[in-house]
Design a protein around this ligand. Structure first.
Ligand SMILES: *Cc1c(COP(=O)(O)O)cnc(C)c1O
Length: 369
């Protein structure tokens, strides 16, 4: 399904109760992640036969929905996440938003939802970031987190794709994920639960994937861990992801640094951070590989000293080192439970690029303001 019309104008209806500079400053002193939102949001409606309507930017507010709206019953809901960063010249730029737009449409297709033209996705981002630019924090590690979502709103209990949808864009100032310095996490390898199976929705950023992951995350916490590591559904041996992030392993082989991440099989979420780090790793002179890696290999490579680091990556936390691994097959420690040099280097390289402190040789930064 594709839209039948593309109107990329966003009507601006400024909020009558926007936060004062003092209120905003107070909220932004310790924003955390996903807790505070800017003054506005963008909403675009889709109706079968008419396509996407005109986008409206208006005050951030609750949305009214029919209790029979199909998203509430059958879960047609997808989302994205990307960030806007203050640049040294005072402007604001987003990191690879076109990639998020493409992935949004792949998620939409998997859930039988209409694709949203990239021009509308980007116009909504530009309108909201421009309107709420005072909410973009400035320090390295801080950003305005953009949260696009699409939900099925038609009131209909028949099980079929909805004929009506809302695209919504929210913006949430976010602080440094590790305000006290990067701290490696302890992970639990889940063998009771799987995140995604072949033919399922693993590659799509859909709400249901997250709903199904929560009980495993709670189990990991019960085991004294911060995050869960997901294995493939068939063999329960291949490592796929860590929580809502992709995962990397660092090997030292004959004097060469090799960075390995599980290959995209259809059950993994194709992270934009993952893709970016593969490119940046090669430019650092590392070898970068996408292949299968099993739990047994993880443990033995650590024991034999061939693997020196492991870390997870995603838009929210950029890079999170893994310090300790716990599982029913045993426990092991990586790099003495501390951040390793490859994770630190890649993290710094990516953050410098996003904050405009190094040259954007890939054309990844999209200037907004
Ligand atoms: C969003 C997400 C990621 C990371 O993707 P980025 O584009 O790097 O933010 C990884 N795994 C899952 C399950 C995700 O939902």
């Amino acid at each position: 399904m594709s839209a039948t019309q593309t109107d990329t104008t966003i009507e601006i209806r400024p909020s009558a109760h926007a936060a004062s500079p003092e209120e905003r400053a107070k909220l932004m002193t310790n924003p955390g992640f996903g807790r505070i939102f800017t003054d506005h949001m963008v909403v675009v409606q889709y109706k079968e036969g008419q396509g996407w309507g005109k986008g409206v930017l208006s005050a951030y507010a609750p949305i009214a929905m029919d209790p029979a709206a199909s998203v509430l019953h059958y879960g047609q809901a997808i989302f994205e996440g990307f960030k806007a960063y203050k640049q040294p010249d005072g402007g604001i730029a987003c990191f690879r938003p076109e990639a998020n737009s493409r992935r949004f449409n792949k998620s939409a297709a998997r859930l039988a939802m209409p694709e949203l033209p990239e021009a509308i996705f980007l116009a909504a981002a530009k309108a909201l970031i421009t309107q709420d630019q005072a909410w973009v924090p400035g320090a390295v590690g801080e950003s305005l987190y953009m949260r696009p979502l699409m939900i099925a709103t038609e009131p209909a209990l028949g099980v079929r794709p909805s004929h009506e949808y809302l695209f919504i864009l929210l913006a949430s100032p976010s602080g440094a994920y590790f305000p006290a310095g990067v701290k490696p996490v302890t992970v639990w390898i889940s063998d009771d639960y799987v995140r995604a199976a072949p033919g399922g929705t693993g590659f799509a950023k859909c709400a249901g994937n997250y709903a199904a992951s929560l009980v495993a995350q709670r189990q990991a916490q019960g085991e004294g861990c911060d995050q869960v590591v997901w294995l493939d559904a068939i063999h329960r041996t291949n490592i796929e992801e860590m929580g809502g992030m992709n995962i990397f392993f660092v090997y030292q082989e004959k004097g060469e640094t090799v960075v390995v991440t599980p290959e995209l099989t259809g059950t993994l979420l194709p992270g934009i951070t993952r893709d970016s780090l593969l490119q940046l790793a090669r430019e650092q002179g590392f070898r970068a590989e996408e292949r299968k890696i099993t739990v047994d290999e993880w443990r033995s490579a650590i024991q034999e000293g061939r693997m020196t680091e492991a870390f997870a990556c995603g838009t929210a936390a950029v890079i999170t080192p893994v310090g300790h691994v716990k599982s029913r097959q045993g426990n092991w420690t990586i790099h003495n439970g501390e951040t390793g040099p490859v994770a630190a280097k890649l993290r710094e390289t990516l953050l410098n690029l996003q904050h405009g402190l190094s040259k954007d040789t890939h054309g990844w930064m999209k200037k907004i303001v």
